[in-house]
Write a protein that binds this ligand. Structure first.
Ligand SMILES: CC(=O)SCCNC(=O)CCNC(=O)[C@H](O)C(C)(C)COP(=O)(O)OP(=O)(O)OC[C@H]1O[C@@H](n2cnc3c(N)ncnc32)[C@H](O)[C@@H]1OP(=O)(O)O
Length: 436
C-alpha cells in the first residue's frame, strides 16, 4: 500500500480552498464580551459569503465547531445555517477536536467533496472565553434533580439543608485535561522542564511572535483575511486583533512572574496564549466547481494527518507526531516546504516541538524512523507571528492558520505550507497546502 494520500475527488480534481476569513481575535472579556461563539460564527460566515459573492443557496454542507460548548446551541453548525440565509436544506453538523477543531471541520468538508457527496461546503470554528457555560457544583446539580422529584416540603428541606455555601458557588469550565486534571499551562511547564526550554528562549519566541504580528498588521497583510466585526448591540466595532503588542520590549517579558509553577516555573502570561474570543471559516470546493464558478482558489489541500499520544507526558507534542505523517502522505520532506505555521499554544510547547523536529533520537524512539523530521528554518517559521500574539480562540485557530498560510504563500509567489497544531487529549494535526 502506498503511503501517499490522494486528496482529490473521483474526477481527480483537488480540494480547493476558495476563500478564508476570520473575525479579529479579542482577549477574554474585551471587545467580544457578551458575544457568543454562535454569534461570532454567524458573523464570519455571513461576511465570508458576501465577500465571495457566493450565493448562500449553493452551500451544500457546513461543518463547524466549538471547544467550549454552548449548551443552548450544541449543534452550532446548524444554527449558523439557519442564521445566514443559506438553503434550509443545507446539511450541517458540529465537530470538536480541542484546539484542532477547525482542522477537523475542514477535513470533514474536504472528505465530503472527495467522496463526491458535495461540491461546495464551509468549514470553521468559533470560541468564546467570555460567554461561558458557567456550571454548578456536582452536589448542587444532584440536589436540583432531587428537588424536582421531591413531593413534600419536608423532603425538599431535607435536600436543601445538606448543601453548604461552597456547593452554591458557580463553576467555570476548566482549561484542563479531564483525565489528568492538569491544566494546559501545567503541561507546558512539564514540557519546558523535561526538554530544557529556558525562560529566555520562551520570552524571545513570544517577543518575535508579537513583533512579526504587529509588522504584518502594519504592512496591511492581514486586512483582507480579517473582517471588521460590528459587535452586537452594534454600538462598537473591532477591526484588529487586540492582544498583539506593538513595540513591546523583551525586558518587559522578563519581568513577569511564572503563572503555573510560581516557584520553579518559566511559563508566564507573555509566553502563553491568552484566553481569546473569535471565529474563522473557509469555503471549500472541488477544483472543477471552483473554476466553473470563476474563482481563483487561495490554495489546495495536499495532505493531512491526525495523531494521538499519551496525556501524562508531553501532551502538547502533537505537531511532532502528525507532521511526519502529513509529509509522508504528501511525498515531501520538511526542507521542501516553503512555509511552516505551527500553532503556538505556549512558547515552551512550541520550542519543545521544534527541538523534537530536529532530534534523531526522537525520530528513532517515537516515530520509528532513522531520520529526524528536520531542523526548522526560522526564515520559514510563523513568518507573520503566531498564536502567542494573535491569541487562540480554540476552535478558530485551525482555519486561521490555513487561510493565513495560503495568503502568505500567494504573496511569495506560491509553494507549499505546513500548518500544524497540538490539541488537548494528546492530539495533533498537520495539514499541507499548496498554492500556485
Ligand atoms: C492546545 C492548546 O492550544 S492548549 C492552550 C490552551 N490555552 C490556555 O491554556 C490559555 C493559557 N492562558 C491563560 O490561562 C492566561 O492567559 C494566563 C493564566 C497565562 C494569564 O492570564 P492573566 O493573568 O489574566 O493575563 P493578563 O493578560 O492579565 O496578563 C498578566 C500580566 O502580564 C502582562 N503581559 C501579558 N502579556 C505580556 C507581554 N507579551 N509582554 C509584557 N507583559 C505582558 C499583562 O500586561 C499583565 O500585566 P499587569 O498584571 O501589570 O496588568
Amino acid at each position: 500500500m502506498s503511503d501517499r494520500q490522494q486528496v482529490t475527488n473521483a474526477r481527480g480534481e483537488r480540494i480547493a480552498i476558495v476563500a478564508g476569513l476570520r473575525t479579529p481575535f479579542a482577549k477574554q472579556a474585551t471587545a467580544f464580551h457578551g458575544v457568543s461563539a454562535l454569534d461570532m460564527g454567524k458573523m464570519v460566515v455571513n461576511e465570508l459569503l458576501s465577500r465571495s459573492e457566493l450565493d448562500p443557496k449553493l452551500i451544500e454542507q457546513l461543518v463547524y465547531g466549538q471547544v467550549v460548548q454552548m449548551p443552548a446551541a450544541p449543534n452550532i453548525a446548524r444554527e449558523i445555517v439557519l442564521g445566514t440565509g443559506m438553503n434550509l436544506h443545507t446539511d450541517a453538523y458540529s465537530v470538536t477536536r480541542a484546539c484542532a477543531t477547525s482542522f477537523q471541520s475542514t477535513v470533514n468538508i474536504a472528505e465530503s467533496i472527495m467522496t463526491g457527496n458535495i461540491e461546495i461546503g464551509i468549514a470553521g470554528g468559533s470560541d468564546s472565553s467570555s460567554v461561558l457555560p458557567i456550571g454548578v457544583s456536582r452536589k448542587l446539580a444532584h440536589a436540583l434533580v432531587d428537588l424536582n422529584k421531591a413531593r413534600t416540603l419536608g423532603q425538599k428541606w431535607n435536600i436543601v439543608r445538606r448543601l453548604g455555601f461552597k456547593d452554591l458557588l458557580p463553576v467555570p469550565p476548566a482549561v484542563a485535561e479531564y483525565s489528568t486534571g492538569l491544566s494546559m499551562g501545567q503541561t507546558a511547564e512539564q514540557m519546558a522542564k523535561s526538554h530544557g526550554i529556558s525562560r529566555a528562549d520562551q520570552d524571545a519566541l513570544a517577543h518575535r511572535s508579537h513583533t512579526l504580528a504587529s509588522q504584518s498588521w502594519n504592512e496591511g497583510k492581514l486586512k483582507d483575511e480579517v473582517m471588521v466585526a460590528h459587535v452586537p448591540p452594534y454600538k462598537s466595532f473591532i477591526e484588529r486583533d487586540n492582544n498583539i503588542r506593538d513595540n513591546s520590549s523583551l525586558e518587559s517579558y522578563a519581568k513577569l512572574r511564572p503563572v503555573f509553577d510560581r516557584k520553579h516555573g518559566s511559563v508566564t502570561a507573555a509566553n502563553s496564549t491568552p484566553l481569546t474570543d473569535g471565529a474563522s471559516a473557509v469555503i471549500l470546493m472541488s477544483e472543477g466547481r471552483a473554476k466553473a464558478l470563476g474563482y481563483t482558489p487561495i490554495g489546495y489541500i495536499k495532505s493531512y494527518a491526525f495523531s494521538a499520544i499519551d496525556v501524562w507526558q508531553d501532551m502538547l507534542m502533537g505537531p511532532s507526531y502528525a507532521t511526519p505523517l502529513a509529509l509522508k502522505r504528501a511525498g515531501m520532506q520538511l526542507e521542501d516546504l516553503t512555509l511552516i505555521e505551527m500553532h503556538e499554544a505556549f512558547a515552551a510547547q512550541t520550542l519543545a516541538n521544534m527541538k523534537m523536529f530536529a532530534s534523531k533520537k526522537f525520530a528513532e524512539e517515537k516515530l520509528g524512523q532513522s531520520r529526524a523530521i528536520g531542523e526548522i528554518d526560522m526564515s520559514k517559521f510563523n513568518v507573520l507571528g503566531g498564536s502567542l500574539a494573535y491569541g487562540h480562540p480554540f476552535a478558530a485557530t485551525g482555519t486561521r492558520l490555513i487561510t493565513q498560510v495560503c495568503n502568505e504563500l500567494k504573496r511569495r509567489g506560491g509553494g507549499t505550507g505546513l500548518t500544524t497544531a497540538c490539541a488537548a487529549g494528546g492530539l495533533g494535526v498537520a495539514m499541507i497546502v499548496e498554492v500556485e
